[in-house]
Design a binder for this molecule. Structure first.
Ligand SMILES: [Zn+2]
Ligand SMILES: [Zn+2]
Length: 440
């Protein structure tokens, strides 16, 4: 059976169930007033304290008027959380140091209760809680940069305690959303409708990494049909960028990745060529320049200057997703654990007038030739969350999953229950799996 037919068939069944839930909620509300605020409710969560991270029981505080309680279905294990999850980094993160922090920055789930001031979602809705908020009202949201929305704790929004541990320690959530917990208690500006019957694990991919890579090349900096794209790194963000470039009709799509299994996945998901940076060494940049050249590369024929050293040669778009290693990989290692070398190479392989999109988290400082940086027309786009405006863009990404154009299923390489969250992060840190998802 075709995927689309299967979806139609199950959508009908799920639609009926959702409608039944909604009408039950509506009639309960008619009789009893608004949905009950569930103060005192206990739930399990993966929590970081000064003693490390583990699954603990939380007693929920009264739901604030402007917050939503969501029963979590699944959450993806992002590499940026590995340090916190393994208890190896300092206790901290966006919003400052708090005594107990539920880890995670979003996921997918079903709305269970809403405070009276919440307007966007209602009980029974399936929603994606996204990595960055998109309030629609702040300076950045009103200018189309929801990815740097000021309601984000990284922009100064305070973390709100939503519960307590048995010993009375207040519990906060990473990003004011958490994710590795039976409940996410958050503001409605983190919630995007995901009214689909796609599996929870697939949707969880879109919460952070999928939207980041896909958004970077489709909505943030739409890559051109038939233009060349290089993606540095085939982790979940890079693989999503590869898929986005495929959907946009780019060619060639070259993916640079040291791990063989990930190169294989990149080919399956749309790369036209993969390269191992450890094998290429210092030849990597000239090789990419050659590969991005065309048979028509004669200046007066509309092509690039074919002179070997010309600054005009290189990729039209380069997306780098490579960051610093926070733990030593147990598989093939990249050429530089700080991520600086691939970032510098990404700039070098971007042709004059081309676009460089940086999505990774390298460590340290980078030097570039000032003249070429200042004058040669390369445009640098720094994407927080891939430049995505969650409310506008994520529903479109959900559609791509539903239509089988964005293959989220192939990207989920391992699933774990909540109790094994730490193990999931160990595998992500070791890079023995590409994209792990905790399914509740
Ligand atoms: Zn993330
Ligand atoms: Zn905003």
């Amino acid at each position: 059976m075709k995927r689309r037919d299967l979806l139609k068939q199950t959508a009908a069944a799920v639609g009926t169930a959702v409608a039944a839930t909604r009408s039950a909620v509506t009639s309960a509300q008619q009789v009893n007033g608004p949905a009950p605020i569930q103060a005192g409710r206990k739930f399990r969560a993966f929590i970081r304290t000064a003693n490390g991270a583990s699954v603990r029981e939380v007693r929920m505080r009264a739901l604030r008027d402007d917050m939503v309680a969501i029963r979590t279905e699944a959450t993806q294990c992002c590499y940026t959380i590995v340090n916190q999850a393994l208890g190896t980094g300092a206790v901290g993160g966006a919003g400052g140091t708090v005594p107990a922090r539920i880890l995670g920055h979003g996921g997918v789930g079903i709305v269970e209760a809403v405070g009276p001031a919440v307007r966007r979602v209602r009980p029974g809705d399936r929603v994606l809680v996204t990595n960055t908020p998109n309030c629609g009202e702040c300076y950045d949201c009103t200018r189309g940069r929801g990815d740097i929305c000021q309601m984000n704790p990284s922009a100064g929004e305070p973390l709100i305690p939503i519960g307590d541990l048995d010993d009375g320690t207040p519990v906060h959530q990473h990003n004011n959303t958490g994710g590795f917990a039976e409940l996410m208690i958050t503001y409605d500006w983190y919630c995007v409708p995901a009214l689909t019957n796609a599996s929870a694990a697939e949707l969880a991919v879109l919460g952070c990494v999928g939207a980041t890579g896909l958004g970077a090349v489709t909505t943030f900096v739409p890559v051109g049909f038939g233009e060349s794209v290089v993606v540095m790194g085939a982790g979940p963000v890079g693989l999503s960028a590869v898929q986005g470039a495929r959907i946009m009709g780019a060619a060639p799509i070259i993916c640079v990745e040291p791990i063989a299994a990930r190169r294989e996945l990149a080919m399956k998901l749309g790369a036209t060529l993969v390269l191992d940076p450890s094998v290429e060494g210092t030849r990597l940049v000239p090789r990419i320049r050659d590969l991005c050249s065309d048979a028509t590369d004669r200046k007066r024929l509309g092509g690039r200057d074919a002179t070997r050293d010309s600054d005009n040669r290189g990729a039209d778009y380069v997306v780098t997703t490579v960051g610093a290693d926070v733990v030593s990989p147990k598989v093939e290692r990249g050429p530089d654990p700080t991520g600086l070398l691939p970032t510098r190479q990404a700039w070098e392989m971007t042709r004059a007038g081309g676009h460089l999109i940086t999505l990774g988290l390298p460590r340290g400082e980078i030097t570039l030739p000032a003249g070429a940086w200042s004058n040669r027309g390369r445009i640098h786009h720094a994407g927080q969350y891939g430049g995505v405006n969650a409310k506008a863009d994520v529903p479109r990404f959900v559609k791509l999953v539903d239509q089988g154009l964005f293959d989220a299923k192939a990207m989920v390489t391992a699933t774990f229950p909540l109790e094994r969250t730490r193990e999931a992060f160990q595998a992500v840190g070791d890079r023995t799996t590409t994209c792990a998802v905790v399914v509740l």
